[in-house]
Design a protein around this ligand. Structure first.
Ligand SMILES: [Zn+2]
Length: 333
């Protein structure tokens, strides 16, 4: 059994509104919707109401005194939301999330506003999934995640996530309705992140955009294929079970409408035989422009000319000798 501790009246008002028992206030005149009941709204407006998701916290196994304490805390004034509380946790993960949430995907592709740190929250939720593993991304989970990663500098997973978010920023040309809320943007990011090690996404921007477009038509329309997705988006959208449904819907959309993504060459390292062949072919010299440093077998770097992370294959034709300095220089560019 569940009981509403705070927000009973607001919930009742929402339910009554969807039941057409109350109408929008006169003050909504500037939208041309003043005094309308839900069933008289234009579809575009009623869709926005139906797609809007509410955040809530659930406490379980609480005794009366805990419930009273919670109620008092809730009445103490305007609480910080997740993004605002997260921003108060200093440290490496906070800095990482702030940087990532300023990338193009958020600054000029997301169709939801950054009011009250919504972009940071999406970045934080994506980071929690990518770096700490699939799970709940409620405020308390994110706070724990930030606290436990306060002293870390970005690891390989964090770098990969950043790369995915940078790439997704090139998929869309402008603020895109597909990225209209947090609940749809987080699983979109995570789906690409989870496929990235196996598929080559560079050059596949329009294919992936088309897949998202097809999916969105089903979501916005009455497509029965995505009824589970719609339900998941409307309920507990920060919880693992809801995320799982949405994640699988995204993967399924990419499989259905972008089935020809090139597979990545699973082999990233050159074998000793290949290394020997590369060193011999390049005359034992660093191939970086203007370098020509003589290197030996033990210390030279067999470099992918087209980076492996961009789909470059692990074959001699895509290999070159680099000295340590130029390998590092290339890696950080
Ligand atoms: Zn060099």
């Amino acid at each position: 059994m569940r009981e509403v501790i705070d927000g009973q009246q607001r919930l009742a008002a929402i339910v009554n509104f969807f039941d057409n028992e109350i109408s929008l206030p006169k003050s909504s005149a500037n939208l041309g919707l003043a005094g309308r009941t839900f069933n008289t709204l234009p579809t575009k407006a009623s869709d926005r109401f139906e797609e809007y998701s509410l955040d809530f916290s659930v406490i379980s196994d609480a005794d009366d005194s805990e419930v009273r304490t919670m109620f008092l805390r809730l009445q103490m004034g305007v609480r910080l939301n997740a993004a605002e509380e997260l921003n108060a946790v200093a440290g490496g993960m906070r800095n990482y999330v702030n940087t990532v949430s300023a990338l193009t995907l958020f600054s000029s592709r997301a169709a939801f506003s950054d009011a009250r740190g919504a972009h940071r929250q999406v970045a934080a939720q994506s980071a929690r999934l990518a770096i700490a593993g699939f799970g709940d991304v409620r405020k308390k989970d994110l706070l724990e995640f930030f606290a436990s990663h306060a002293n870390c500098s970005p690891d390989a997973k964090a770098k990969l996530l950043r790369q995915v978010i940078e790439w997704l920023g090139t998929v869309f040309d402008e603020r895109d309705p597909f990225l209209r809320n947090r609940g749809q943007t987080v699983p979109a990011i995570y789906a690409i992140y989870s496929l990235w090690p196996d598929a080559v996404f560079a050059g596949q921007e329009s294919a992936v955009k088309a897949a998202f477009r097809h999916l969105d038509e089903e979501i916005v329309g009455d497509g029965p294929e995505v009824a589970d997705y719609r339900l998941a988006l409307a309920h507990s959208s920060d919880q693992k079970r809801s995320l799982e449904v949405r994640h699988h819907t995204m993967l399924d959309a990419i499989a259905r409408w972008a089935p020809k993504l090139p597979r990545r060459d699973a082999q990233r390292l050159f074998s000793p035989e290949e290394r020997a062949a590369i060193l011999y072919r390049d005359g034992g010299l660093c191939q970086a422009k203007g370098c020509g440093l003589a290197v030996d077998f033990a210390s030279f770097h067999a470099d992918h000319v087209v980076a492996w992370t961009k789909g470059g294959a692990t074959v001699l034709a895509n290999a070159q000798v680099l000295c340590a300095v130029h390998n590092l220089a290339k890696g950080s560019s």
